[in-house]
Write a protein that binds this ligand. Structure first.
Ligand code: A3P
Length: 313
């Protein structure tokens, strides 16, 4: 089945995932070819859930012995986190990508990103000891962030003349689950369920909790990655340095994120990954009807334990 797309004329349902046409080929190629290593780290998310931030935090944490977070030659000061942590389906296995990276040449621990739902990850990932960190964000804010991002993407593709989506059009599609790597409920619940295994290869984080207590969540993440912060590191301020290095204010103001571009199949301007970085911006956009409708979808599709409902926060 195909439906009207967001940044493309159409999106297609493939393996229960709504995706753009180039993603289909990339997903097949990824499933066929990717060979996981036991110490690989995978950052998984829905678009606009906080991927850019989590990639930066994971990179800074897992590679802190090689790159000192407080030093002014840290790679995150000169590169966007999507360049340092490439996506399987958007970068590595995407056809004709000028930004191609051969995964076997990446230094260990290798860190990848993906929006692909848990059941569709490659068997090699399922059968290895690699670790997955998933970031979930409340669907209200994720939607508003995605709507802005899609419209910015369309506007910056000068070769295309796609109409931007009105909020209402976009909302209809989103609440039916018809958006890239959606439906959002399947994507979130797939990782949520996997995170409940004991032991689990999935650590399930929430954007809202990461914002509320970044230090606590970062320590949890380091523990999960088998590289917990030592007492000496903590008292030496390394956790604070990582939090500062990856903070919204710091990242947004870096030259690479103000004027840099990712030369993917489509050129993406890094600045579009940094909009407001706040919780609850949806309230400025939702009508009472939209709020009611999305709340109902959430109630129907989710086990309440997956995350707390935004109105209850
Ligand atoms: P908003 O559009 O609500 O501002 P993704 O990285 O998955 O594409 O998600 C982008 C969203 O995360 C945007 O949300 C962006 O502003 C926010 N974001 C980017 N970097 C961040 C950071 N370092 N800290 C907190 N939020 C960040």
């Amino acid at each position: 089945p195909r439906e009207k797309g967001w940044t493309d004329p159409y999106i297609y349902l493939f393996q229960h995932i709504w995706c753009r046409q180039p993603h289909i080929k990339a997903i097949i190629s990824f499933q066929k070819h990717f060979q996981a290593k036991h110490d690989d780290i995978i950052i998984a998310s829905l678009p606009k859930a906080g991927t850019t931030w989590l990639k930066a935090l994971a990179f800074a944490t897992a590679k802190r012995h090689r790159f000192i977070p407080s030093q002014n030659d840290h790679p995150l000061l000169n590169s966007n986190s999507h360049t340092l942590v490439p996506f399987f389906e958007l970068t590595i296995y995407s056809d004709n990508n000028p930004n191609y990276v051969d995964p076997s040449t990446l230094p260990e621990p290798r860190i990848f990103g993906t929006h692909i739902p848990f059941p569709s990850l490659s068997n090699s990932i399922h059968n290895s000891n690699c670790k997955i960190i998933y970031i979930c964000r409340n669907p209200f804010d994720t939607f508003i962030s995605f709507w802005h991002f899609s419209n910015n993407m369309i506007l910056s593709q000068s070769s295309q003349s796609l109409p931007t989506l009105t909020l209402e059009e976009a909302f209809e599609r989103y609440s039916e689950g018809k958006h890239p790597f959606g439906p959002f409920w399947s994507n979130i619940l797939g990782y949520w369920k996997a995170s409940q295994d004991k032991p689990s290869k999935v650590l399930f984080l929430k954007y809202e909790e990461l914002k509320a207590d970044t230090k606590f969540e970062l320590k949890r993440m380091a523990q999960f990655l088998d590289c917990p912060f030592t007492q000496e590191e903590e008292s030496g301020g390394i956790i604070d340095s990582i939090i500062e290095l990856c903070s919204f204010g710091k990242m947004k103001e870096l030259e690479v994120n103000k004027s840099g571009k990712i030369p993917d199949r489509r050129i993406i301007e890094n600045k579009h990954f940094f909009r407001k970085g706040e919780i609850g911006d949806w309230i400025n956009y939702f009508s009472p009807e939209m709020t009611e409708k999305l709340s109902k979808v959430i109630e129907e599709k989710f086990d309440q334990s997956a995350w707390s409902h935004p109105e209850e926060e």
